[in-house]
Design a protein. Structure first.
Length: 147
């Protein structure tokens, strides 16, 4: 029961994260389009900004932790396959969903704002933070250590 409740909360947080980034991307493209009024910059409130920063930090922390505990010799595909096919391993499945969503959302934020970072600063900050955290996640996954 504890796993199911935790999975529900984690899924809700992930859905909020994706929704907030989706809104920010819509605002970005609307701002770039002449005459668009469907998604004004004022649509992004201070509360949305704060929620995105906090939830984005939580998602990033989980992803880095998941990649850090993965041993260098582990085959990622096998871990994902085992998580999906094993009986009620909700936390493992959700961890990998988090990894996939984090990569997709972060890369989207980074690529969308790459050439026009001033359009939606929240999205630009998210994309740039994601890039730095992606580097940290790679170090964690590959177990790179100074000699």
């Amino acid at each position: 029961m504890k796993q199911i409740f935790g999975a529900i909360i984690a899924s809700i947080l992930l859905a909020i994260y994706v929704y907030l980034v989706w809104i920010a991307v819509k605002v970005f493209y609307c701002k770039a389009e002449t005459g668009c009024i469907d998604y004004p910059v004022t649509l992004i409130t201070e509360g949305m900004t704060q929620a995105l920063v906090v939830i984005g930090g939580l998602v990033s922390a989980l992803v880095i932790a998941e990649l850090a505990i993965t041993k260098k010799d582990d085959n990622l595909k096998m871990r994902i396959f085992k998580a999906i096919t094993s009986k009620w391993k909700i936390n493992e499945i959700l961890s990998w969903i988090y990894v996939i969503v984090w990569i997709t959302v972060g890369l989207t934020a980074f690529m969308v704002t790459l050439f026009h970072p001033e359009e939606v600063p929240l999205l630009t900050n998210l994309g740039q933070a994601w890039l730095g955290l992606a580097i940290a996640a790679a170090y964690a996954f590959f177990g790179l250590e100074p000699e």
